[in-house]
Design a protein around this ligand. Sequence first.
Ligand code: CP3
Length: 344
Amino acid sequence: MADALFIKTLKGEKTQRPPVWFMRQAGRVLPSYLKMREQYSFEELMHSPKLAAKVTLLPVFELGVDAAILFTDILVIPAALGMNLTFTDSGPRFEKALKDMSNPMSVLKPDASKLEYIYDVIDEVHKTGSSDIPLIGFCGAPFTTLCYMVQGLGTNHTFPDAVALLYKNKAMAHKLLATITELSIEYALKQVKHGISAFQIFETHAGLIPSDLYFDMIMPYVRKISAAVRKTGCPVIFLPKGLGTGIEHISPEDADFLSIDWQTPLEEARRMINPEIGIQGNLDPRLLLADKDIILETLEKYVPFGTNNQNWIFNLGHGFIPGIPFENAKLVVDWIKQTNWKRS
Ligand code: CP3
């Protein structure tokens, strides 16, 4: 495992090429996953350790990526806090949204035992997969998790009530964020105990709020999760999507690697971010809807960055979207493996 390219890069060791994995690599682009979905619902797949472990490993075997990510969802935390969750065809939906409650704290009943099946998935991955495959664990960052809890559904990506809560009732927002953080830390540490190789914190909706508000109100909670995980020696990757120029305020204590969205060119991100922090990213997933020659032309632009930067993990700026042809995802992985990165 120590020889795995992904692990070496996380440790700051030299390699001949950047490692590659994709956010949302397990669903959506894999014909084998879509076939399993004809038979099972997303929740059935997620709740069966055998099936979830199988789906976790599919992208490693079929796309050839250098790491697997645990097949589960960030919304397992609200579910373990007592919120009734279903995944519909149009996205996740909570039975009752916190925005409709006079005292949201009263409905939250943290029950860590509701997360136990996820550790069984990790054990199952280790049992069935080759021990050489790095496994990434994850959780949602507290603000992104709060967005879904307050709004109640995942289709309105502007989450107006969740954002307004930060301004209207700061004390309540802090209580909710603290509750999410506490359970997330327990969840993260259990994942580490069961043998994940790295931990990613998904702040998908960082771009919804001003970055000074983000650092004032939200970042302290992210830091708590990150510090707890990093203390164990497990590296942390932080994805603050849409944080913009705020990335320059992330310190090496906050994260080992920062996942950059497609908006900021990697060279610019590199100049802005503390040199001790590695970079992950940042291909626009929608490029993969284009023709092969257009994709390859864009990929070539990454070569100089890859030559000069060892502490880089190739990924998307955000996750795969439905409709991306499997061949185009595979093209990216093959291209990364075949390219001469001119590293000495
Ligand atoms: O493949 C992987 O990346 C591993 C598993 C994973 C899923 N969700 C599975 C999933 C991970 C890491 C996530 C994270 C997640 N989930 C985030 C943060 C990262 C991101 O991509 O923004 C968020 C915001 C969620 C919440 C969520 N889950 C939404 C909004 C949706 C519906 C919309 C959509 O993108 O499909 C989901 C469903 C979901 N989570 C699916 C998968 C494979 C689709 C389920 C299906 O229909 O098969």
